[in-house]
Design a protein around this ligand. Structure first.
Ligand code: PGI
Length: 486
């Protein structure tokens, strides 16, 4: 038996755009809602045409999903509070004290009691109260609660992605390209900390800022808003996201003493061959920049005291590896992802390393989570949670093996001293996989979107065995070794 500590958490998670909608009146409009409804995006195939309002309906069915989670022995949840639900109207006019340095960086935002009163008058208080009901229901069941303040969806008064793509960021509400987003996000963070902070055991400010900028401004075929190819925009959005984390960290701490983290998608980067190490170094550099800033204050070669010391824990979203090689184009060395490995495999296929791949074409590579954890521990020595790990596997072919083989690698890292405190499987239930729609099914539990009924997949029972015992029992040890196609 491979035992985890008795206080190690096994959890589930929810995201407004992906889980909440599906019952009448549960809709909320955000930049992602507009993006997924855009006729041109659907006609071009950039998005699947599946709509969030046809989703699992967690907004009204949360009691059922919480009891399923408890049935499976899960004792933690990270739950997203949707900014666009809480503030459907602009908050620009709410006066707060903003300090900028001579570089125009937002170094302080103070949201005082009178600003909170103004925000309360602007907010959709029915939404806030409904979230209080959701969070309280989970807490009453004895679960640990982590509140996530941003999982990619922004209010449309801050970001109109179609207009950005068509008219350019200077003639449209441009989201993270606009410095005001740092200030408005800070107001939202302060408001939620004040309104719901009594329920939170932990916080994190945002999910995967790296994905927001690379999928939004570089890999524009990924189906992420605004699909505006521009490296300057990528850098600007990245800087504002880093500042937004620090300003939100301060805003939360003004109303809550609980730990505040940052969640990021870490791929296990590997060089294709000798000489490609530089490509790995460059790819890691982008990931590290989002943590060197809040931990060390380092951003683009300068140290900023307004960023430093603003992180209490790291959330690791791990799915697979990425094999990289150096590419020389027009004299500029850059990074190329090698097909046949990691995220770049054939859906349902076999990788170049004889590993099975998910319905999404992601190679099952459990060793990578060990490598990522060891690397982050060496660099930051900060408490960590695996905040996402899972597989698109509608027929549940690999999910049991996936879960146990990854947990084994996480346990290996813990045996070597890495402070990992929990594991949130992605995901408890099938949900809307962004541009890919409902065809990618990540759930331990199948969702019939017509009836909203939930059905356990066999792997849910494997998850239950592990979560209830906080161990990999002997009768599951055959799943420890990484899956391979012989
Ligand atoms: O794709 C599965 C999940 C999403 O449903 C979550 O909302 C998101 O946090 C998340 N991140 C990743 C890894 C990074 C990634 C994001 C988008 C597309 C491909 C890879 C996988 N996932």
């Amino acid at each position: 038996m491979i035992k985890f500590p008795s206080d190690f958490r096994f959890g589930f998670s929810t995201v407004g755009t992906q889980h909440e909608m599906g019952t009448p009146g549960s809709e909320f409009v955000s930049d992602w809602y507009v993006w997924l409804h855009d006729p041109e995006n659907i006609a071009s195939g950039l998005v699947s045409g599946d709509l969030p309002e046809h989703g699992p309906g967690y907004w009204d069915l949360y009691k059922q999903d919480h009891s399923i989670a408890r049935d499976l022995g899960l004792d933690a949840a990270w739950i997203t509070i949707e900014w666009a639900r809480v503030f459907p109207k602009p908050t620009f006019d709410v006066k707060v004290k903003v300090d900028e340095d001579d570089g125009g960086n937002v170094v302080d935002v103070e949201v005082n009691e009178s600003a909170l009163e103004e925000l309360r008058r602007l907010a959709d208080l029915n939404a806030v109260n409904h979230y209080r009901g959701i969070l309280s229901d989970w807490k009453e069941r004895g679960g640990l609660l982590v509140i996530n303040l941003y999982h990619w969806a922004m209010p449309t008064w801050l970001h109109d992605p179609i207009a950005v793509r068509k008219n350019g960021p200077d003639r449209a509400p441009s989201g993270w390209l606009d410095k005001r987003s740092v200030i408005e996000f800070t107001k939202f963070a302060a408001f939620i900390a004040h309104e719901l902070g009594d329920l939170a055991d932990m916080w994190y400010t945002m999910n995967e800022p790296g994905v927001v900028i690379t999928e939004g401004y570089l890999y524009v075929k990924s189906g992420f808003p605004p699909g505006y190819l521009d490296l300057n925009s990528l850098a600007t959005a990245g800087k504002h996201l880093i500042e937004a984390h620090a300003r939100a960290y301060d805003a939360i701490k003004a109303y809550s003493r609980k730990p505040v983290g940052l969640v990021y998608s870490f791929a296990d980067y590997q060089p294709l061959r000798q000489g490609d190490e530089e490509a790995v170094k460059e790819a890691k550099g982008l990931d590290y920049s989002f943590f060197d800033a809040p931990i060390k204050g380092e951003l683009m070669g300068v140290t900023r005291d307004d960023l430093k010391g603003r992180l209490d824990w790291i959330g690791v979203n791990y799915y697979t590896r990425a094999v990289l090689r150096r590419r020389q184009d027009a004299g500029r060395a850059s990074v190329a992802v090698v097909d046949g490995f990691g995220y770049s495999c054939e859906p349902g296929g076999v990788s170049n390393d004889r590993r099975p791949c998910s319905d999404f074409g992601w190679e099952i590579y459990p060793e990578g989570v060990y490598n990522v954890l060891m690397d982050l521990w060496r660099r930051y020595r900060m408490p960590m949670y695996i905040t996402e790990n899972g597989i698109a596997d509608e027929h549940d072919k690999w999910r049991s093996w996936f879960i146990v083989s990854h947990l084994y690698q996480i346990h290996r890292a813990m045996e070597e001293g890495v402070d990992v405190r929990g594991y949130f499987h992605w995901n408890l239930i099938d949900n809307l996989e962004w541009a890919a729609g409902y065809r990618m099914r990540f759930g331990l539990v199948y969702v019939d979107y017509a009836t909203k009924r939930r059905y356990f997949r066999p792997s849910a029972l494997v998850m239950r065995e592990v979560a209830k015992q906080k161990a990999i029992p002997d009768y599951l040890e055959h799943y420890i070794k990484p899956p391979r196609i012989e």
